[in-house]
Design a protein around this ligand. Structure first.
Ligand code: NAD
Length: 471
């Protein structure tokens, strides 16, 4: 009986993997035909991509609600609107970015007409995470198309409704000889990674990032990694306290803390901790006059596994829970939770939290806080709340991170014109806007050297002689 039930699913996997070969071969052929390169064709596909989103925002709001319990307002504010803005910005800018550039003037070489051709890399692979299924997929797809590539998109299996919708709409709106969505999880991604790609862009956790890097090394496919980490927030007693508390709690509670640039933990001077905690408590009461669990207020954890992991952190912390700590397994709800007096060896400090818990680690001096941050992986963001430019400079000049943000949280990936990326363990490579275009573009150096310059340069040819040295 067991075998009877296993057979169809094995066949299904084999079918899926067979389909991947077919997709890869088709897209290779599209790229080789040159179809993806004309700017007018790229433009049409980008317009279609914008309409894919614009025409279907309601459906996406529903799919995000189903996958992440995401409030409609958060779906619009954090995923749909910034995605549309990014696609439009790529549409507006890509023809300029794609222009061939001349090398700087040089007396010796300018006659050879040295130029930089902006060429697509080929068929590229985008592997996306669950937390912002649109913003971390479609703008990157826009960048890859704008640069003239064919694209395989591998969304995550953890947001089934949005992934299914995306796959369906890509088939309806896009040229499927240019863009294909491959659904599935680890097996399907592993199979995709056996092919040689013009570029692989992976967004997700660092452990899987290592697997992707190693797979890329096997086929010599270039890899960019957009990873995560523990982004610290330094609090200066000389900050705008109310604003700091608001922006931090908002940045932590948005999408139930499942944001790669979420403020992960707070570093605050020991004698200022309680003042800061009171400000957070006041803001919490303001944000959630009813319960945070009330409909439409908070996103839910993405899966039962994520719920268990994050609620175990609440159970196991040795710090003092100031407010929150409320959970509901049935709906995967975890309320915004602030924990004070957290020590460096606490479970809350051992991994990226990726949930709505905010640990506060008191320190005796800012140098102690800096030493702690610098003894750990470079995070995706370092945040500081201060009105003192010296304090800000001290934090920024003595840390390394993907980005450095003062008096704000989580909105910088949506600021057009700023590159978005990590450093070292938080990632490599930059995207959004022009930087996304560049990620998927090969800078192909080119010259066209006229015959007549041999009148000046024939001394380079053998046979070499003593006279050659004087030339
Ligand atoms: P996830 O579990 O949805 O996985 C991401 C992708 O990796 C999926 O498409 C999945 O199918 C694939 N995958 C998972 N295991 C794999 C394996 N063994 N082999 C091959 N492919 C595999 O998402 P996640 O990893 O839980 O995402 C959360 C993490 O992503 C956090 O660490 C977060 O900080 C980070 N993140 C970073 C950014 C950024 O831009 N830097 C953005 C969002 C999330």
């Amino acid at each position: 009986t067991r075998q009877f039930f296993l057979l169809p699913s094995r066949r299904l996997i084999a079918d899926c993997l067979g389909l991947q070969v077919q997709i890869y071969t088709e897209l290779k052929a599209t790229f080789a035909s040159g179809k993806s390169k004309p700017l007018a064709y790229r433009k049409y596909q980008l317009i279609q991509l914008a309409y894919l989103l614009k025409d279907n925002t309601k459906l996406f709001e529903e799919s995000l609600a189903s996958d992440l319990g995401r409030p409609q307002f958060e779906a619009k504010m954090l995923d749909i609107d910034p995605t549309l803005t990014e696609i439009k910005a790529t549409l507006a800018g890509f023809e300029k970015w794609a222009k061939t550039e001349s090398a700087p003037f040089s007396l010796n070489f300018s006659v050879m007409r040295p130029i930089i051709r902006k060429e697509p890399k080929g068929v590229v692979l985008l592997i996306a995470p669950f937390n912002y299924p649109l913003f971390l997929t479609l703008p990157l797809l826009a960048s890859a198309i704008a640069a003239g590539n064919a694209v395989v998109v591998k969304p995550t299996e953890n947001t089934p409704a949005t992934t299914a919708l995306l796959a369906d709409l890509v088939n309806k709106y896009m040229d499927t000889s240019l863009v294909r969505v491959v659904k599935g999880g680890v097996d399907e991604t592993t199979k995709l990674l056996e092919y040689t790609w013009g570029h692989i862009l992976y967004t997700g956790g660092g452990q899987v990032g290592k697997i992707i890097s190693m797979a890329g090394a096997k086929t010599l496919s270039p890899v960019s990694l957009e990873l995560g980490g523990k982004s610290p927030v330094f609090i200066d007693p000389k900050c705008d306290l109310k604003i700091a508390a608001k922006r931090i709690l908002w940045g932590k509670a948005a999408n139930a803390g499942q944001t790669c640039v979420a403020p992960d933990y707070i570093i605050v001077q020991r004698d200022f901790q309680d003042t800061f905690v009171q400000a957070l408590q006041d803001v919490y009461n303001e944000f959630y006059p009813d319960k945070a669990s009330a409909p439409g207020q908070m996103s839910r954890l993405v899966s039962a596994r994520a719920f268990t992991r994050v609620s175990n952190l609440i159970k196991n912390t040795k710090g003092t829970i100031v407010f929150g700590g409320d959970t509901d397994e049935a709906t995967k709800y975890i309320g915004p939770t602030v924990v004070k007096d957290v020590k460096p060896d606490d479970c809350l400090m051992s991994e990226e939290i990726f949930g709505p818990i905010l640990p506060i680690m008191p320190v005796d001096s800012v140098d102690e806080g800096l030493a702690y941050v610098n003894a750990h992986d470079h995070p995706l963001s370092v945040y500081v709340f201060t009105q003192d430019s010296d304090f800000k400079a001290k934090i920024f000049n003595n840390t390394q991170s993907g980005s450095a943000m003062a008096n704000e949280t989580i909105i910088h990936p949506a600021i057009h014109g700023l590159p978005f990326g990590g450093i070292g363990p938080s990632g490599s490579g930059y995207h959004t806007g022009k930087y996304g275009f560049e990620m998927f573009t090969h800078l192909r150096s080119s010259i066209d050297s006229p015959s007549w310059i041999d009148m000046l340069l024939s001394w380079r040819y053998p046979p070499y002689s003593a006279a050659s040295l004087k030339a």
